[in-house]
Design a protein around this ligand. Structure first.
Ligand code: KG4
Length: 339
């Protein structure tokens, strides 16, 4: 009998639902929330309200496009956290209600694990690009920057993480002070392609182990703007491309320095990247260069699986289903990292 998992993602500002059948993607619907653009960042209260509006149409559409009837679902997997509590409550409550109504099990999913598991989504039955265990995964998103040792589908160990800002936050906050809108990461990426990455020298942290820090970089970027704007009030406009290129170059250097160290010390050369920032072109280029220079076997996700989506939740749910890992109906969401 087929195993069909409905995945529901609502941790931040994307409402998404997906159906994965026997490990193969059937549908993946994402409703973005443009309401936050005017505020320069996600407004939690507005995010929860938008999830309430979107959740039923998004889930309905995911099931419709899967070609299955809701009665054919084997389980409902939902993002339990980390994320915004109000947003998580919408997806979690809906998933529980649906699972109870259909009398099928529910599976709680850690959002960060799901980003890593995006590498196991099959778009067709003969799709066999998946990484082999163990591998290292650089998880870079708006809220997290981690190096994860992935031992199996259900076993992951965080060996390094940011002690302050995440890589995506560094992009977004620097973009904001340049007036580039929100989220600024993709805009910085686009503008950086026309700039000189060595134009400005920004701070790189010196912290031990595999941990990251991006607050010093952010501060040095702010100081650079402050000093240069005194000399030229149109400095940002004049040097936008060079500023973005230097920022992207430094963020990627910081990320890759620690990843290289982990690859060397763990003796694992199969390396993946996941999360929203994995869409960044400089980071993707750095991965390709490392594959050539150091013989890494790299795994870079499709763009549609980099940012928040429910397909990654459904595939994580699929492997938890196979392992018999279900959750009780009284399990609450969690907003901060607890694992
Ligand atoms: O994984 P994600 O969708 O959400 C979280 O779970 O945090 O990541 C969103 C982050 C934002 O900070 C956004 O600016 C960044 O990913 N991002 C990028 C790019 N595309 C998205 N950062 C740099 N370059 C990009 N092309």
């Amino acid at each position: 009998m087929s195993i069909a998992i409905l995945g529901i993602e609502s941790s931040c500002d994307d409402t998404s639902a997906s159906v994965i059948c026997d490990g193969v993607l059937r549908s993946n619907i994402i409703a973005n929330q443009s309401v936050h653009e005017a505020y320069g960042g996600v407004v939690p209260e507005l995010a929860s309200r938008a999830h309430q509006q979107n959740i039923i149409p998004v889930v309905n559409e995911a099931i419709r496009r899967s070609g299955l009837k809701k009665e054919e679902l084997s389980a409902v997997a939902f993002t339990r956290g980390p994320g915004l509590m109000g947003s998580l409550l919408v997806g979690t409550s809906f998933a529980k209600g649906l699972a109870l109504g259909l009398n099928i099990p529910m599976i709680d999913i850690n959002h960060l694990h799901a980003h890593v598991m995006a590498h196991f989504i099959k778009e067709s039955p003969d799709d066999n690009h998946q990484p082999h265990f163990p591998f290292l995964c650089l998880l870079v998103s708006g809220g997290n920057s981690q190096i994860i040792l992935v031992k199996s589908y259900n076993q992951m160990e965080v060996i390094g993480q940011t002690i302050d800002d995440a890589a995506g936050e560094a992009f977004d906050k620097c973009a904001k002070v340049m007036g580039l809108g929100y989220p600024g990461g993709p805009v910085v990426d686009r503008l950086s392609k026309e700039g000189d990455r060595k134009a400005f020298t920004l701070n790189k942290p010196h912290i031990p182990g595999y941990d990251y820090s991006f607050s010093g970089l952010k501060t040095s970027f702010l100081y650079l703007l402050r000093d240069e704007l005194k000399k030229d009030p149109d400095f940002i406009e004049h040097r936008k491309n060079d500023l973005c290129a230097s920022l992207a170059y430094t963020v990627v250097e910081i990320l890759m320095d620690k990843l290289r160290k982990a690859v060397k010390e763990y003796g694992i050369n199969e390396v993946a990247v996941a999360g929203g920032v994995s869409a960044n072109s400089s980071l993707r280029t750095a991965f390709e260069e490392h594959a050539i220079k150091y013989g890494w076997k790299i795994h870079v996700p499709k763009f549609s699986f980099t940012t928040d989506n429910a397909a990654m939740v459904a595939i994580t749910g699929y492997y938890k289903y196979l392992a018999g890992e279900f959750c009780p109906a009284n399990l609450p969401p969690f907003s901060r990292v607890i694992v």
